[in-house]
Design a protein around this ligand. Structure first.
Ligand SMILES: C[S@@+](CC[C@H](N)C(=O)[O-])C[C@H]1O[C@@H](n2cnc3c(N)ncnc32)[C@H](O)[C@@H]1O
Length: 244
């Protein structure tokens, strides 16, 4: 499991928080209506942008994340907006035991699922998330589409200039998947960098793991707005699935 300290330190500036809350609210609202979601789990909630978006949409949401630093940040971000959330430090596979059949929907967005080291680990994670859903409940996953990176068609993932400094996120293919690099260039030559290895979680492989974990109605999209998925060009890989 990578060290998420870099992410906790830079999450707000690097991801465009709090502006991202409004964008998430807009993209997630149609899913909430379609699936009639009243109770949700934000799996890999990070700094809590989606928690706040779901809260504003009237969804009762619990946050789960494996990183203490990210949960501290989610707590601070929520407090700043006068909100508190039920937050739990745990891994995806523990969700079922912690919240059996509790949720109408589980959201795992923003590349939370790329760190699984092999199919067996991914299936354990997804099975844990499945068991936290009521029968007929839905899972929504959003990862970066890694196929263009594997093909060498895309290296730059994002670049953002903020008052605190500049952020560049890049990824290249490697023998064991994808090597990801996030670079911070601050004032006075201050720099910070994080490398991580991601598994090559492409659409067919992830869909296969979802089926093995007992999901059905597995649908693949190229964005949270349901654009068609095109492996070599889509920016995102979005998968919706249902617990039978
Ligand atoms: C890239 S961040 C995305 C955060 C958030 N979903 C967002 O969109 O802003 C991924 C998050 O997933 C969490 N995470 C990664 N693996 C996890 C696991 N096995 N169980 C729980 N959380 C995990 C990390 O700690 C991190 O906060």
């Amino acid at each position: 499991m990578p060290d998420f300290d870099f992410l906790a330190k830079h999450y707000n500036a690097m991801t465009g928080y709090p502006g991202r809350i409004g964008m998430m609210k807009e993209t997630i609202a149609p899913w909430i209506s379609e699936w009639k979601v009243a109770k949700a789990l934000d799996a890999g909630c990070g700094g809590g942008a989606l928690l706040l978006a779901l809260d504003e949409l009237g969804v009762e949401t619990i946050g789960l994340d494996i990183s203490t630093g990210m949960l501290d940040l989610a707590r601070d971000n929520a407090k700043e907006r006068g909100r508190t959330f039920d937050l739990h430090e745990a891994s995806f596979e523990e969700a079922g035991e912690m919240f059996p059949k509790r949720f109408d929907a589980v959201f795992s967005l923003g590349n939370a699922l790329v760190n699984a080291s092999d199919n067996a680990e991914m299936v354990r994670w997804l099975s844990g998330l499945r068991d936290s859903l009521r029968s007929g409940g839905h899972l929504l996953l959003q990862n970066l589409n890694l196929t263009p990176i594997k093909l060498g068609r895309k290296t730059l993932i994002g670049r953002r200039t903020t008052p605190q400094g500049e952020y560049v996120r890049m990824a290249t293919p490697s023998s064991d998947g994808i090597t990801f690099c996030a670079l911070y260039l601050g004032p006075d030559k201050q720099t910070d960098v994080r490398f991580a290895t991601w598994g090559l979680w492409e659409a067919d492989r992830l869909s296969g793991c979802l089926a093995t974990a007992g999901f059905d109605e597995i649908e693949v999209f190229g964005s949270l707005k349901k654009n068609p998925y095109d492996p070599p060009t889509s920016t995102d890989l979005v998968i919706a699935a249902r617990r039978p």
